[in-house]
Design a binder for this molecule. Structure first.
Ligand SMILES: N[C@@H](CCC(=O)N[C@@H](CS)C(=O)NCC(=O)O)C(=O)O
Length: 375
């Protein structure tokens, strides 16, 4: 009886989360539905109501991954440079995918032990919530609603971004205001939709949104001339531009419509697992700051700088404190690289994107990446 009741509560919770996630970012609806579920728990008279509420984070994700031997990441298949399914090799590549490799190196000592599930904007949240994946690394913006009502925890930001607009060079459009009366292609289930209406309404610019379910359909509609503008994160615009029929016919407007801090996220409630993902990200930033790379890390072993011996796990119990091997950061650097190596490999001058580091440089180089101490 108790089991049946628990199953009922859990499935109601899941249904709620799916409705919440599919319903976009409307906060009032989300809160109301979660309150309804809480009431069901109380009516059922379960003293263990909080367990149902912590469903999303229940369990020890790290232990599950270590017994399974594979890290399951939710990723993107359609954003070259960030998360892309290479048509020829069938491999996932990109900046986000490298952070999936990095977390596998930390958790399992094997950067190649990953399984990536490609997810659309609307599918990504229910898939993380249901436990089908361990971590979502898919150009996802850290917002209050996602951190609270949707039941997630973010790691430190891996890529500071902002929403932009792509237009045809021949259109003569130079600013957002020039799009007045125009049509704009936008993808569903993203922060992009709401930012677009917030920004255009606040600036009194009249427009018609055309909403599509995923990146390929949104981009195709723009490419075929159905819209005057195509909006998403600027990283997504730069990335998607290379997929247009004639990329050089298009440009990205200078204005930013929003701030989009992108990074990995885990289920709320499993703090240790979020610590593992967070300190993996911070390991790559510390390594860049200290000049430790995949090439020179072996030569740094056995040195006498305590900051580096701590980082590489030769001294201290920094890994053990999270259930990891103490050399977890060494494994990340050796197998995947530091932040700069990850950035340059996927987005740097040798790639088709040649994206300047901008805010994503270390604070010592004019950016806002800051190495939180490995102590
Ligand atoms: N950062 C925004 C937007 C992320 C997003 O979904 N961007 C689109 C456009 S680049 C995308 O990744 N689409 C890939 C797909 O649907 O396959 C968010 O978290 O909501």
């Amino acid at each position: 009886m108790k089991t049946k009741r628990t199953i009922l509560i859990l499935s109601l919770m899941l249904a709620t989360l799916i409705l919440v996630a599919c319903g976009g970012e409307g906060q009032t609806v989300e809160v109301t539905r979660i309150v309804e579920v809480t009431r069901v728990v109380e009516v059922a008279g379960e003293a263990a109501a909080p367990e149902a509420v912590t469903f999303a984070g229940a369990g020890d994700t790290l232990q599950t991954i270590q017994s399974r031997g594979v890290l399951k990441c939710g990723g993107n298949a359609n954003v070259p440079g960030f998360g892309y399914l290479e048509p020829d090799s069938g491999e996932f590549t990109g900046f986000d995918i490298d952070f999936c490799h990095a977390i596998a190196a930390a958790a399992l000592g094997d950067a190649s032990a990953i399984e990536v599930t490609p997810l659309s904007g609307t599918a990504r949240f229910p898939t993380l919530q249901s436990g089908e994946i361990d971590v979502l690394i898919r150009n996802t913006t850290w917002t209050l609603t996602r951190d609270t009502a949707l039941g997630f925890d973010f790691t430190p930001v891996t890529f500071y971004d902002g929403q932009g607009m792509m237009v045809r060079k021949s259109s003569g459009i130079e600013t957002m205001a020039d799009l007045a009366g125009g049509t704009i292609c936008v993808q569903a289930g993203t922060t992009t939709e709401k930012n677009l209406s917030d920004y255009f309404n606040a600036n009194g610019i009249d427009y018609t949104p055309l909403v599509f379910p995923d990146a390929p359909t949104t981009l195709d509609a723009y490419d075929q001339g159905s819209c005057d503008g195509f909006t998403t994160d600027k990283s997504g615009l730069v990335s998607n531009q290379i997929l247009l029929s004639v990329p050089e016919d298009h440009k990205i407007l200078v204005e930013d419509m929003s701030r989009e801090p992108l990074g990995p996220l885990t289920r709320h409630g499993d703090n240790n697992w979020n610590d593992v993902a967070s300190w993996t990200v911070l390991c790559t930033i510390n390594a860049e700051f200290l000049g430790v790379t995949s090439e020179n890390v072996d030569s740094m072993l056995g040195g006498d700088d305590p900051v580096i011996t701590d980082l590489l796990g030769e001294t201290g119990d920094l890994g053990q404190n999270m259930g990891l091997s103490n050399d977890f950061c060494y494994q990340v650097i050796k197998q995947v690289g530091n932040y700069e190596e990850i950035y340059n490999r996927n987005l740097g001058p040798e790639t088709p994107f040649n994206l300047p580091r901008g805010l994503n440089a270390l604070y010592t180089d004019g950016g806002i990446l800051y190495p939180i101490p490995f102590k």
